[in-house]
Design a protein around this ligand. Structure first.
Ligand SMILES: [Zn+2]
Length: 389
Protein backbone atom coordinates (compact mmCIF):
# COMPACT_ATOMS: atom_id res chain seq x y z
CA UNK A 1 0.00 0.00 0.00
CA UNK A 2 0.98 3.65 -0.40
CA UNK A 3 3.77 2.59 -2.74
CA UNK A 4 4.43 3.94 -6.17
CA UNK A 5 4.84 1.03 -8.54
CA UNK A 6 6.88 2.60 -11.31
CA UNK A 7 10.23 1.55 -9.93
CA UNK A 8 9.37 -1.55 -7.94
CA UNK A 9 10.46 -4.88 -9.20
CA UNK A 10 7.74 -7.24 -7.93
CA UNK A 11 10.22 -10.08 -7.72
CA UNK A 12 12.20 -8.10 -5.16
CA UNK A 13 9.22 -6.75 -3.31
CA UNK A 14 8.24 -10.02 -1.70
CA UNK A 15 9.98 -12.99 -0.17
CA UNK A 16 13.74 -13.23 -0.05
CA UNK A 17 16.15 -11.22 -2.07
CA UNK A 18 18.22 -12.42 -4.95
CA UNK A 19 20.89 -14.83 -3.77
CA UNK A 20 19.51 -14.68 -0.24
CA UNK A 21 20.55 -11.02 0.19
CA UNK A 22 19.10 -9.32 3.26
CA UNK A 23 18.84 -5.97 1.52
CA UNK A 24 18.72 -5.15 -2.16
CA UNK A 25 19.21 -1.71 -3.61
CA UNK A 26 16.72 -0.35 -6.12
CA UNK A 27 17.98 3.18 -6.62
CA UNK A 28 20.61 5.52 -5.24
CA UNK A 29 20.80 9.29 -5.35
CA UNK A 30 24.02 10.69 -3.91
CA UNK A 31 24.53 8.69 -0.73
CA UNK A 32 20.75 8.17 -0.29
CA UNK A 33 19.37 4.74 -1.10
CA UNK A 34 16.01 3.15 -1.88
CA UNK A 35 15.87 -0.58 -1.38
CA UNK A 36 14.06 -3.61 -0.06
CA UNK A 37 14.86 -5.31 3.24
CA UNK A 38 13.97 -9.00 3.23
CA UNK A 39 12.80 -10.53 6.50
CA UNK A 40 11.20 -13.84 7.44
CA UNK A 41 7.83 -12.08 7.63
CA UNK A 42 8.02 -10.16 4.42
CA UNK A 43 9.75 -7.39 2.55
CA UNK A 44 10.15 -3.84 3.80
CA UNK A 45 10.54 -0.85 1.50
CA UNK A 46 13.44 1.34 2.62
CA UNK A 47 14.10 3.99 3.77
CA UNK A 48 11.67 3.04 6.51
CA UNK A 49 10.46 4.73 9.67
CA UNK A 50 9.78 2.08 12.31
CA UNK A 51 7.05 2.90 14.87
CA UNK A 52 8.04 2.03 18.43
CA UNK A 53 5.97 -0.47 20.40
CA UNK A 54 8.24 -0.69 23.44
CA UNK A 55 6.02 -2.87 25.61
CA UNK A 56 4.36 -4.80 22.78
CA UNK A 57 2.05 -1.99 21.72
CA UNK A 58 2.37 1.28 19.85
CA UNK A 59 0.82 3.32 22.62
CA UNK A 60 -2.94 3.85 22.21
CA UNK A 61 -3.13 2.23 18.75
CA UNK A 62 -4.55 -1.02 17.41
CA UNK A 63 -1.95 -2.87 15.30
CA UNK A 64 -4.24 -2.70 12.25
CA UNK A 65 -4.31 1.08 12.59
CA UNK A 66 -0.52 1.19 12.60
CA UNK A 67 -0.49 -0.88 9.44
CA UNK A 68 -3.18 1.26 7.83
CA UNK A 69 -1.09 4.43 8.24
CA UNK A 70 1.76 2.63 6.45
CA UNK A 71 3.66 0.97 9.31
CA UNK A 72 5.73 -1.88 7.83
CA UNK A 73 7.72 -3.01 10.87
CA UNK A 74 7.40 -2.41 14.62
CA UNK A 75 9.98 -2.15 17.36
CA UNK A 76 9.75 -4.12 20.57
CA UNK A 77 12.03 -3.78 23.55
CA UNK A 78 13.94 -6.58 25.26
CA UNK A 79 14.44 -4.70 28.52
CA UNK A 80 10.77 -4.06 29.17
CA UNK A 81 9.40 -7.34 27.79
CA UNK A 82 12.01 -9.33 29.72
CA UNK A 83 10.76 -7.90 33.03
CA UNK A 84 7.06 -7.57 32.15
CA UNK A 85 5.44 -9.93 31.28
CA UNK A 86 8.67 -11.96 30.73
CA UNK A 87 10.20 -13.19 27.49
CA UNK A 88 9.74 -16.85 28.49
CA UNK A 89 6.04 -16.27 29.04
CA UNK A 90 5.81 -14.64 25.60
CA UNK A 91 7.72 -17.58 24.09
CA UNK A 92 5.30 -20.03 25.75
CA UNK A 93 2.36 -18.12 24.27
CA UNK A 94 3.76 -18.42 20.76
CA UNK A 95 6.16 -15.47 20.50
CA UNK A 96 5.74 -11.71 20.33
CA UNK A 97 3.98 -11.61 16.94
CA UNK A 98 1.22 -13.89 18.14
CA UNK A 99 1.10 -12.34 21.62
CA UNK A 100 0.44 -8.85 20.24
CA UNK A 101 -1.34 -10.06 17.08
CA UNK A 102 1.01 -8.36 14.62
CA UNK A 103 1.99 -10.77 11.89
CA UNK A 104 4.42 -8.45 10.13
CA UNK A 105 8.11 -7.84 10.81
CA UNK A 106 9.30 -6.90 14.30
CA UNK A 107 12.71 -5.58 15.30
CA UNK A 108 13.71 -5.93 18.94
CA UNK A 109 16.22 -3.72 20.66
CA UNK A 110 18.65 -5.48 22.97
CA UNK A 111 17.90 -3.42 26.05
CA UNK A 112 21.36 -1.82 26.07
CA UNK A 113 19.98 1.65 25.49
CA UNK A 114 17.48 1.33 28.36
CA UNK A 115 20.05 -0.01 30.82
CA UNK A 116 22.53 2.74 30.06
CA UNK A 117 20.03 5.59 29.85
CA UNK A 118 18.66 4.63 33.28
CA UNK A 119 22.15 5.26 34.55
CA UNK A 120 21.20 5.64 38.23
CA UNK A 121 20.21 1.97 38.20
CA UNK A 122 23.61 0.69 36.98
CA UNK A 123 25.61 -1.24 39.57
CA UNK A 124 28.59 -2.39 37.51
CA UNK A 125 29.76 -2.63 33.90
CA UNK A 126 32.44 -5.16 33.00
CA UNK A 127 33.65 -6.94 29.90
CA UNK A 128 31.08 -9.74 30.24
CA UNK A 129 27.98 -7.62 30.80
CA UNK A 130 26.20 -4.99 32.86
CA UNK A 131 24.64 -5.37 36.32
CA UNK A 132 21.78 -3.04 37.26
CA UNK A 133 18.56 -2.77 39.22
CA UNK A 134 15.30 -3.32 37.35
CA UNK A 135 13.14 -0.20 37.17
CA UNK A 136 10.11 -2.40 37.84
CA UNK A 137 10.95 -3.65 41.32
CA UNK A 138 14.54 -2.66 42.03
CA UNK A 139 15.70 -6.29 41.91
CA UNK A 140 19.29 -6.96 40.84
CA UNK A 141 19.57 -7.96 37.19
CA UNK A 142 22.35 -8.57 34.71
CA UNK A 143 22.39 -8.33 30.92
CA UNK A 144 25.02 -10.16 28.90
CA UNK A 145 25.30 -10.62 25.12
CA UNK A 146 24.14 -14.23 25.59
CA UNK A 147 21.05 -13.14 27.53
CA UNK A 148 20.26 -10.42 24.96
CA UNK A 149 20.34 -13.14 22.29
CA UNK A 150 18.18 -15.48 24.36
CA UNK A 151 15.53 -12.87 25.17
CA UNK A 152 15.22 -11.94 21.49
CA UNK A 153 15.09 -15.62 20.50
CA UNK A 154 12.25 -16.11 22.97
CA UNK A 155 10.45 -13.07 21.58
CA UNK A 156 10.99 -14.45 18.08
CA UNK A 157 11.65 -11.09 16.45
CA UNK A 158 12.65 -10.85 12.79
CA UNK A 159 15.60 -8.58 13.52
CA UNK A 160 17.57 -8.82 16.77
CA UNK A 161 20.01 -6.16 17.94
CA UNK A 162 23.32 -6.65 19.72
CA UNK A 163 23.78 -5.57 23.31
CA UNK A 164 25.85 -2.39 23.25
CA UNK A 165 27.45 -0.08 25.77
CA UNK A 166 25.77 3.27 25.17
CA UNK A 167 27.90 6.00 26.76
CA UNK A 168 26.50 9.36 27.85
CA UNK A 169 27.62 12.26 25.62
CA UNK A 170 29.81 14.01 28.20
CA UNK A 171 31.85 10.91 29.03
CA UNK A 172 35.64 11.17 29.23
CA UNK A 173 37.45 9.84 26.17
CA UNK A 174 38.96 6.88 27.99
CA UNK A 175 35.52 5.72 29.08
CA UNK A 176 34.20 6.22 25.56
CA UNK A 177 37.05 4.07 24.32
CA UNK A 178 36.11 1.39 26.86
CA UNK A 179 32.52 1.50 25.63
CA UNK A 180 33.64 1.02 22.02
CA UNK A 181 35.91 -1.89 22.93
CA UNK A 182 33.20 -3.52 25.04
CA UNK A 183 30.55 -3.04 22.36
CA UNK A 184 32.76 -4.95 19.91
CA UNK A 185 33.48 -7.73 22.40
CA UNK A 186 29.82 -8.09 23.26
CA UNK A 187 28.92 -8.12 19.57
CA UNK A 188 31.45 -10.90 18.98
CA UNK A 189 29.89 -12.87 21.84
CA UNK A 190 26.35 -12.40 20.58
CA UNK A 191 27.12 -13.03 16.91
CA UNK A 192 27.38 -16.79 17.25
CA UNK A 193 24.69 -17.24 19.91
CA UNK A 194 21.47 -19.15 19.15
CA UNK A 195 18.82 -17.20 17.29
CA UNK A 196 15.18 -17.67 16.33
CA UNK A 197 14.38 -19.26 12.95
CA UNK A 198 15.05 -16.79 10.17
CA UNK A 199 16.03 -14.06 12.60
CA UNK A 200 18.45 -11.43 11.31
CA UNK A 201 21.03 -9.97 13.66
CA UNK A 202 22.36 -6.41 13.49
CA UNK A 203 25.54 -5.03 15.03
CA UNK A 204 25.66 -1.59 16.64
CA UNK A 205 28.49 0.93 16.42
CA UNK A 206 29.36 3.37 19.20
CA UNK A 207 32.02 6.04 19.65
CA UNK A 208 29.89 9.17 20.03
CA UNK A 209 31.07 11.95 17.73
CA UNK A 210 34.75 11.12 18.27
CA UNK A 211 36.15 10.61 14.74
CA UNK A 212 38.76 8.03 15.67
CA UNK A 213 36.59 5.97 18.03
CA UNK A 214 33.52 6.00 15.80
CA UNK A 215 35.66 4.94 12.86
CA UNK A 216 37.23 2.14 14.88
CA UNK A 217 33.81 0.94 16.01
CA UNK A 218 32.41 1.00 12.45
CA UNK A 219 35.37 -1.01 11.15
CA UNK A 220 35.27 -3.56 13.97
CA UNK A 221 31.50 -4.12 13.78
CA UNK A 222 31.50 -4.26 9.97
CA UNK A 223 34.26 -6.87 10.17
CA UNK A 224 31.99 -9.15 12.24
CA UNK A 225 29.68 -9.60 9.26
CA UNK A 226 26.24 -8.96 10.72
CA UNK A 227 23.10 -8.93 8.55
CA UNK A 228 22.84 -5.18 9.06
CA UNK A 229 24.63 -2.43 10.96
CA UNK A 230 23.38 0.32 13.22
CA UNK A 231 24.67 3.68 14.32
CA UNK A 232 23.99 3.87 18.04
CA UNK A 233 24.87 6.44 20.66
CA UNK A 234 23.98 9.50 18.57
CA UNK A 235 21.03 11.89 18.98
CA UNK A 236 21.33 11.40 22.72
CA UNK A 237 22.03 15.00 23.66
CA UNK A 238 25.13 15.98 21.68
CA UNK A 239 25.17 18.97 19.34
CA UNK A 240 22.75 18.31 16.47
CA UNK A 241 25.03 19.53 13.70
CA UNK A 242 27.70 17.14 15.00
CA UNK A 243 25.17 14.29 14.97
CA UNK A 244 24.52 14.70 11.27
CA UNK A 245 28.14 15.39 10.34
CA UNK A 246 29.17 12.19 12.11
CA UNK A 247 26.34 10.24 10.45
CA UNK A 248 27.49 11.47 7.02
CA UNK A 249 30.89 9.85 7.21
CA UNK A 250 30.08 7.00 9.61
CA UNK A 251 27.33 5.59 7.37
CA UNK A 252 29.82 5.40 4.54
CA UNK A 253 32.10 3.20 6.66
CA UNK A 254 29.35 0.59 7.02
CA UNK A 255 28.94 -2.05 4.28
CA UNK A 256 27.03 -0.62 1.30
CA UNK A 257 25.32 -3.93 0.51
CA UNK A 258 23.67 -4.22 3.92
CA UNK A 259 20.97 -2.19 5.65
CA UNK A 260 22.05 0.74 7.83
CA UNK A 261 19.99 1.71 10.83
CA UNK A 262 20.17 5.00 12.73
CA UNK A 263 18.84 4.30 16.22
CA UNK A 264 16.53 6.91 17.69
CA UNK A 265 15.62 9.66 15.24
CA UNK A 266 12.08 10.56 14.21
CA UNK A 267 11.68 14.32 13.83
CA UNK A 268 10.99 15.38 10.22
CA UNK A 269 14.26 17.30 9.71
CA UNK A 270 16.34 14.54 11.30
CA UNK A 271 14.73 11.89 9.10
CA UNK A 272 15.68 13.80 5.94
CA UNK A 273 19.24 14.33 7.19
CA UNK A 274 19.94 10.66 7.91
CA UNK A 275 18.33 9.48 4.67
CA UNK A 276 20.65 11.86 2.82
CA UNK A 277 23.61 10.24 4.63
CA UNK A 278 22.66 6.79 3.33
CA UNK A 279 20.64 5.47 6.28
CA UNK A 280 17.87 2.97 5.48
CA UNK A 281 16.06 2.48 8.79
CA UNK A 282 15.25 4.64 11.79
CA UNK A 283 12.91 4.63 14.77
CA UNK A 284 11.82 7.03 17.47
CA UNK A 285 9.11 7.50 20.06
CA UNK A 286 8.94 11.18 19.04
CA UNK A 287 5.85 11.04 16.78
CA UNK A 288 3.70 9.18 19.30
CA UNK A 289 5.17 10.88 22.38
CA UNK A 290 4.63 14.29 20.79
CA UNK A 291 1.05 13.26 20.12
CA UNK A 292 0.48 12.43 23.76
CA UNK A 293 1.65 15.91 24.75
CA UNK A 294 -1.06 17.32 22.44
CA UNK A 295 1.10 18.34 19.48
CA UNK A 296 0.88 17.55 15.78
CA UNK A 297 3.76 17.30 13.31
CA UNK A 298 2.71 19.18 10.18
CA UNK A 299 4.06 21.02 7.18
CA UNK A 300 3.46 24.19 9.20
CA UNK A 301 5.81 22.87 11.87
CA UNK A 302 4.77 21.51 15.23
CA UNK A 303 1.27 22.60 16.28
CA UNK A 304 0.40 22.67 19.97
CA UNK A 305 -3.31 21.88 19.82
CA UNK A 306 -3.88 23.31 23.29
CA UNK A 307 -3.29 26.75 21.86
CA UNK A 308 -6.37 29.00 21.91
CA UNK A 309 -5.82 29.96 18.26
CA UNK A 310 -7.21 26.57 17.21
CA UNK A 311 -10.48 26.94 19.15
CA UNK A 312 -12.50 27.75 16.00
CA UNK A 313 -10.11 26.33 13.40
CA UNK A 314 -12.09 24.06 11.10
CA UNK A 315 -9.06 23.00 9.04
CA UNK A 316 -7.58 19.51 9.38
CA UNK A 317 -4.26 19.12 11.23
CA UNK A 318 -2.49 19.15 7.86
CA UNK A 319 -4.23 19.85 4.56
CA UNK A 320 -2.00 17.43 2.63
CA UNK A 321 -2.44 14.49 5.04
CA UNK A 322 -4.71 11.52 4.37
CA UNK A 323 -4.71 10.02 7.89
CA UNK A 324 -7.91 9.07 9.76
CA UNK A 325 -7.67 12.28 11.82
CA UNK A 326 -7.24 14.64 8.87
CA UNK A 327 -9.87 12.85 6.79
CA UNK A 328 -12.71 13.72 9.19
CA UNK A 329 -11.81 15.95 12.11
CA UNK A 330 -11.02 19.62 12.60
CA UNK A 331 -8.24 21.16 14.64
CA UNK A 332 -10.97 22.72 16.78
CA UNK A 333 -12.45 19.33 17.64
CA UNK A 334 -9.08 17.70 18.32
CA UNK A 335 -8.10 20.70 20.48
CA UNK A 336 -11.29 20.20 22.48
CA UNK A 337 -10.52 16.47 22.94
CA UNK A 338 -6.94 17.19 24.04
CA UNK A 339 -7.97 19.90 26.48
CA UNK A 340 -10.54 17.56 28.02
CA UNK A 341 -8.03 14.67 28.17
CA UNK A 342 -10.27 12.59 25.95
CA UNK A 343 -8.51 9.42 24.78
CA UNK A 344 -9.71 9.88 21.19
CA UNK A 345 -7.65 13.05 20.95
CA UNK A 346 -4.42 11.21 21.80
CA UNK A 347 -5.30 8.42 19.39
CA UNK A 348 -6.03 10.79 16.51
CA UNK A 349 -2.83 12.75 17.07
CA UNK A 350 -0.81 9.51 17.31
CA UNK A 351 -2.25 8.26 14.02
CA UNK A 352 -1.61 11.60 12.35
CA UNK A 353 1.99 11.97 13.57
CA UNK A 354 2.88 8.44 12.51
CA UNK A 355 1.30 8.98 9.12
CA UNK A 356 3.17 12.25 8.73
CA UNK A 357 6.66 10.79 9.25
CA UNK A 358 5.85 7.62 7.27
CA UNK A 359 4.59 9.73 4.38
CA UNK A 360 7.64 12.01 4.56
CA UNK A 361 9.83 8.89 4.36
CA UNK A 362 7.82 7.39 1.51
CA UNK A 363 8.18 10.68 -0.38
CA UNK A 364 11.93 10.51 0.15
CA UNK A 365 11.99 6.98 -1.26
CA UNK A 366 10.11 8.12 -4.34
CA UNK A 367 12.42 11.11 -4.76
CA UNK A 368 15.52 8.89 -4.54
CA UNK A 369 14.09 6.63 -7.23
CA UNK A 370 13.43 9.65 -9.44
CA UNK A 371 16.91 11.08 -8.82
CA UNK A 372 15.47 14.16 -7.11
CA UNK A 373 16.22 13.67 -3.43
CA UNK A 374 18.21 16.90 -3.00
CA UNK A 375 15.28 18.94 -4.32
CA UNK A 376 12.78 16.99 -2.23
CA UNK A 377 14.83 17.53 0.93
CA UNK A 378 15.32 21.21 0.19
CA UNK A 379 11.61 21.80 -0.40
CA UNK A 380 10.45 19.84 2.63
CA UNK A 381 13.06 21.46 4.87
CA UNK A 382 12.11 24.93 3.67
CA UNK A 383 8.48 24.39 4.58
CA UNK A 384 9.39 22.95 7.97
CA UNK A 385 11.95 25.66 8.75
CA UNK A 386 9.77 28.47 7.51
CA UNK A 387 7.08 27.23 9.85
CA UNK A 388 9.45 27.34 12.82
CA UNK A 389 10.50 30.94 12.24
ZN1 LIG B 1 -3.22 13.59 9.38
Amino acid sequence: MHEPSHFLNPRLASGHGPGGAVWSVQATDGAARAGVLHTARGAIQTPVFMPVGTKGTVKALHPDEVHDVGGQILLGNSYHLHFRPGDELIRDLGGLHRFMSWNRPILTDSGGFQVFSLRDTIVKVDDEGVTFRSIYDGAAARFTPELAARIQTNLGSDIAMCLDHVPVPELARRELEDAVRRTTEWARGQRDATRADGQLRFGITQGGIDPELRRRSCEEIAELGFDGNAIGGLAIGEDRAATFETTDWAAELLPADKPRYFMGIGDPEGILEVIEAGIDMFDCVLPTRTARTGSALTNEGRLNLRNARFARDEAPLDASCDCPACARFSRAYIRHLINQNELLGLRLLSLHNLRFVIELTRGAREAIAAGGFATYKHERMERLTWAHS
